[in-house]
Design a protein around this ligand. Structure first.
Ligand code: OGA
Ligand code: MN
Length: 206
């Protein structure tokens, strides 16, 4: 029998190959998600998180009209066990995608993300510059008991098709960073996730 992992990986690779995106549920188990939510960085997010930007040339006002989320980058060298579990699982997925989709992904970068009530991220592509090494966007939602009436869906545009994905706990979304336009709709409660990218080059250690 295929393991849970193998089924997820196959489903993700198929979706990426056929549509440029895919999502699976229970990528992490709820106790693993609870451990992530219990991180100091998440608990004290008012202290740790910074306003996310959209590039250096934009004014605060323009930025605010485009995205309203707060983020905290994760240092892969100094990471809590709960995030290491997620890192390792993403690295295994990366190896699987390299083998099955003939990609040359080399590294994962991650940040914790919070969208305050009412905030959004307008339609965009994650790879906005030519020299960008982001290839696959990966978002893990950590919102327990999310209800559709609360909004906050990720709206994915794929040709003439539109797919809404609600940010429910344990769900992982993968998208081709250079091809799939998407937006985050406002929600009536805070919306939290771990957002990341699989890169085709190693990150420079600062
Ligand atoms: C992003 C983004 C989508 C989401 O951070 O670039 O589009 O569902 N996130 O949080
Ligand atoms: Mn995005």
């Amino acid at each position: 029998m295929l393991s849970h992992n193998a089924i997820h990986f196959e489903q993700i690779a198929d979706g990426l190959a056929q549509h440029g995106f895919s999502f699976v549920d229970n990528f992490l188990l709820q106790p693993e998600i609870d451990d992530i939510l219990n991180l100091d960085e998440f608990n004290d997010r008012l202290l740790h998180f910074k306003k996310a930007g959209i590039g250096n040339s934009q004014s605060r006002l323009i930025n605010e009209a485009i995205r309203g989320d707060y983020i905290h980058w994760i240092d892969p060298r100094n990471t809590h066990a709960s995030l290491l579990i997620y890192f390792e699982k993403l690295k295994a997925l990366m190896t699987y995608l390299n083998q099955n989709l003939f990609l040359s992904l080399k590294e994962v970068e991650l940040h914790l993300t919070s969208y305050p009530v009412g905030s959004f991220y307008k339609r965009h592509l994650d790879q906005f510059k030519l020299e960008d090494h982001r290839k696959i966007s990966v978002i893990l939602y950590v919102n327990k008991y999310w209800k559709e009436v609360e909004g906050g869906q990720l709206r994915i545009y794929n040709g003439s098709e539109v797919t809404d994905v609600f940010p429910i706990s344990g769900r992982l979304v993968c998208m081709r960073s250079d091809k799939i336009e998407h937006e985050v709709l406002p929600a009536t409660r805070e919306r939290m996730s771990v957002t990341g990218w699989m890169l085709d080059q190693l990150i420079d250690v600062k």
